[in-house]
Design a protein around this ligand. Structure first.
Ligand code: SF4
Length: 360
């Protein structure tokens, strides 16, 4: 098939099948960037309300740059990978400081932004400025691998260059934005990972995967890293109508978010004896009314499976509470406003916020 036939067929398909999404009605590079950051994180249906919320709260890159990080994390809450939200905030600041608040307008310049990789730079450059540079995301890898029978492992370094170069030969110089949108949308709707709609596909005649029955084999992707199990015991300290919340630092997950006092163990213990050697913890258990965990929460991260139990320790109002660093008491109202991992938020909703006046 000729290259021009390919792009015109694809764009024709796009005109008839694409979803009407708000970021497709703008050429504002800030809003396009925002949508791309969110969509790297989640599916369109889940990402849409986040996109609308971000655009409303921070309508410009300046507004985002000036926002408080905690506020950004709170708005991001539920999307996971909180480092992406922090990077996004840093990037907004970088644009204000290094580019006078004006979004860079070329692929090469966009690559100078923190957290902006080849795909995002190409997406912004083409959607906002019409630059003919291919935006190759997971959808595009899949479409190209199937159409052209490419067997290179798409997680490999070599694949990046190979697929980018191939896409470059296909992208029309005068219609780059539509072409990139169409490739991504075609992968998302028509050439789906598990059940591609081959019978109604305009490329059926020339598609390598269809002709050779290799849709389930292509694209080739190396196996994922093994998932690590972790066992977390949270101590939820209640005192004077307040909860002790821990601001997470360090290099572990959920940096900058709030959780509770955490003790990590090799397995989830049946009694607290196993983690009571610390004098502070020991005295907390002696001095409080203890509510043992009612259930184990299981929470999946990209490479970790968290098994979590919450021990609720209720102290008398008159207790003399001394807390370790990073741990502070907050009223329920304040706790509700803090940025938190979704797991912590779910626990709080289940046990506190749904029954605000008298926590169960
Ligand atoms: S024929 Fe099937 S596998 Fe090939 S591009 Fe179309 S939907 Fe994808």
């Amino acid at each position: 098939m000729k290259v021009t036939d390919f792009s015109s067929k694809l764009i024709h398909w796009y005109h008839h099948h694409h979803r009407d999404l708000p970021w497709r009605h703008t050429s504002d590079p800030y809003q396009i960037w925002l949508s791309e950051v969110i969509l790297q994180q989640t599916r369109v249906a889940q990402g849409l309300p986040y996109y609308l919320r971000f655009v409303e709260k921070y309508p410009t890159v300046q507004a985002m740059a000036e926002a408080d990080e905690q506020d950004i994390l709170r708005t991001w809450q539920g999307l996971g990978y909180y480092s992406r939200a922090r990077n996004m905030h840093q990037t907004a600041r970088q644009i204000v400081q290094e580019f006078n608040g004006v979004f860079p307008n070329s692929y090469e310049q966009l690559l100078r932004l923190k957290g902006v990789g080849n795909y995002t730079a190409a997406a912004i450059a083409s959607f906002a400025f019409g630059e003919a540079v291919p935006a190759v995301d997971g959808n595009v890898y899949r479409v190209l691998a199937r159409l052209f029978g490419i067997k290179t492992d798409i997680a490999s370094h070599a694949a990046k260059k190979e697929f980018f170069e191939l896409a470059k030969t296909l992208i029309p110089a005068d219609n780059a934005a539509f072409f990139n949108q169409a490739m991504i949308e075609f992968g998302a709707i028509q050439c789906q990972p598990v059940a591609p709609d081959c019978l109604l596909c305009p490329f059926q005649d020339s598609c390598y995967a269809f002709q050779n029955g290799q849709q389930s084999v292509l694209p080739v992707k190396a196996k994922k890293a093994k998932v690590r199990n972790r066992f977390l015991n949270y101590l939820v300290l209640e005192w004077n109508g307040k909860l002790a919340m821990n601001l997470r630092g360090g290099k572990d997950v959920w940096q900058g978010l709030y959780d509770f006092f955490l003790i990590e163990t090799l397995q989830l213990p049946e009694s607290p004896d196993e983690f009571m050697e610390q004098p502070t913890v020991h005295s907390w258990f002696l001095e409080s009314e203890i509510q043992v965990p009612q259930k184990t929460y299981v929470h999946l991260l990209s490479h970790q499976k968290l098994h979590v139990q919450f021990w609720r320790l209720r102290f008398a109002d008159s207790a003399n509470m001394a807390l370790p660093d990073n741990l502070s008491f907050f009223s329920f109202d304040q706790v509700e406003q803090l940025p938190k991992p979704i797991l912590i938020d779910s626990f709080l909703k289940e046990h506190y916020f749904s029954n605000f006046i008298s926590p169960n």
